[in-house]
Design a protein around this ligand. Structure first.
Ligand code: NAD
Length: 425
């Protein structure tokens, strides 16, 4: 028995880093990963904490805390989003950074993993305050990011505008325009066509594969979507267009449920106009908690972490759980879902369409030649379908579920190149 097995601990269920590590430990154990490599891969490469002073509009100076965790560079520059939220923690950013390493390896793109976060309340900050905070955060990271080092992207509460500020700040320091320094930029600033929809579209591609694999019929497949932002909103719209029946959708304030199906474009327009689904006609209100337990064939959590836990996993009714969000399911819920026979398309596979298209954006920026949207979507489909097949094959040959298989595949790929590169001393 390898030495590291002793190290498997009882985890605090809602700590995303501990959830990630317990899955990592389990997969490493099944892979019989060399204990020396295990020691290297279980820790991030670098963690940076930044205190960001910002002149607020009322003349005060506020100091925000931000992080960038660079988990692994073995397969290429680190890659990962930046989120702005009041409840960001270093452990959350650590988990998200590691998930990026595993995700890029699952879809076999030449990146490592990183993630950033700033503790702030973006909904109570003006545009200029957000811009100043973003630029100062970028300036503090200037020696650690860049096209060959670490390439940020959007995540919760950051968007194309945030990426434009980061690109501009980085370029001002470099003294020339460096478009490949971030991805998820506006198309007019060397962004990629299809990037905005890529995570939702990638979800559609892998869900289509799972539906085929399980002999289900698209038109008879009911879907509940938690979250209606970039990931949830886009996935719901594209799935609706493909013939799936979206029976529930929500945002942070709550959701709507109609067992006969929701007209998704109408519901999303309503949300844009009214800033909430409240009083949406033609559907009954549901809480975010209730939404997870509605009758459906596919549950698509696309909001935030720790939504499916040991407390509610036995009440989930879906046949397929497609994880749009990062870490929506805790490690303790995994066993319950497996016993119930739920087919899980794990986050590091399901939502990898975003980083895959970010890879395309980075490639296009470095070539200075931009692809048509059809080409982006076709290449995205190729990569997502290949990754789904790779994970299925791994699951079958190792007699493990899709979650364990995706971790094993990712760790195997990262361990392989780490061994090839060796340890610089
Ligand atoms: P977003 O900010 O565009 O949308 C988030 C959605 O979730 C909104 O509808 C919001 O109202 C809702 N929400 C937020 N907190 C919630 C809570 N506590 N309970 C219920 N609903 C809540 O963000 P996004 O880009 O759609 O990201 C959603 C998830 O997908 C995150 O976990 C993110 O890390 C992950 N993800 C995003 C991308 C991407 O390309 N944007 C790629 C991979 C993974």
């Amino acid at each position: 028995m390898p030495a590291y097995v002793d190290d498997i601990r009882v985890i605090r269920e809602e700590n995303p880093f501990e959830s990630m590590m317990s899955r990592f430990d389990h997969a490493a154990q099944l892979l019989e990963l060399d204990p020396s490599l295990y020691k290297v891969l279980r820790v991030p490469n670098r963690e940076i904490t930044i205190y960001i002073p910002v002149y607020m509009e009322d003349g005060r100076i506020e100091v925000f805390t931000g992080y960038r965790v660079q988990h692994n560079f073995a397969r290429g520059p680190a890659k990962g989003g930046i989120r702005f939220a009041p409840d960001v923690t270093l452990d959350e950013v650590r988990a998200l950074a590691a998930w990026m390493t595993w995700k890029c390896a699952v879809v076999n793109i030449p990146f490592g993993g990183a993630k950033g976060g700033v503790i702030c309340d973006p909904f109570h900050m003006s545009q200029i305050e957000l811009e100043r905070m973003t630029r100062r955060y970028t300036a503090e990271l200037i020696d650690f990011i860049g096209p060959e080092r670490d390439v940020p992207a959007p995540d919760m509460n950051t968007n194309e505008q945030t990426m434009a500020w980061i690109m501009d700040t980085y370029s001002m320091h470099a003294r020339h325009t460096v478009t490949a320094a971030v991805t998820g930029k506006p198309i007019d600033l060397s962004g990629s066509r299809g990037r905005r929809e890529a995570t939702g579209r990638g979800l559609l591609f892998v869900i289509d594969q799972a539906v085929k694999k399980l002999d289900m019929n698209v038109r008879e497949t009911r879907v509940a979507v938690q979250g209606s932002g970039n990931v949830g909103g886009t996935a719901a719209r594209l799935m609706h267009e493909s013939g799936y029946q979206i029976v529930a959708i929500s945002d942070i304030h709550g959701g709507i449920y109609n067992p006969g199906g929701i007209n998704v474009p109408e519901a999303l327009d309503y949300l844009t106009k009214n800033k909430s689904f409240e009083k949406y006609p033609g559907a009954e209100p549901v809480s975010n908690h209730e939404l997870l337990e509605v009758d459906c064939e596919i549950l698509l959590p696309a909001a935030t972490e720790n939504q499916i836990t040991s407390k509610n996993a036995d009440k989930i009714k879906c046949r397929i759980l497609a994880e749009g969000a990062n870490g929506p399911t805790t490690a303790n819920a995994d066993r319950i879902l497996e016993q119930k026979g739920v087919f899980v398309i794990p986050d590091i596979l399901a939502n990898a369409g975003g980083v895959t298209c970010s890879y395309f954006e980075w490639v296009q920026d470095r070539m200075g030649y931009f692809w048509k949207e059809d080409m982006v979507n076709e290449r995205l489909q190729d990569i997502m379908v290949a990754a789904f097949d790779d994970v299925c094959k791994y699951a079958e040959s190792h007699h493990v579920n899709m979650r364990v298989a995706s971790y094993m595949l990712a760790i195997d790929r990262v361990a392989y190149v780490t061994r090839l590169r060796g340890i610089y001393a």
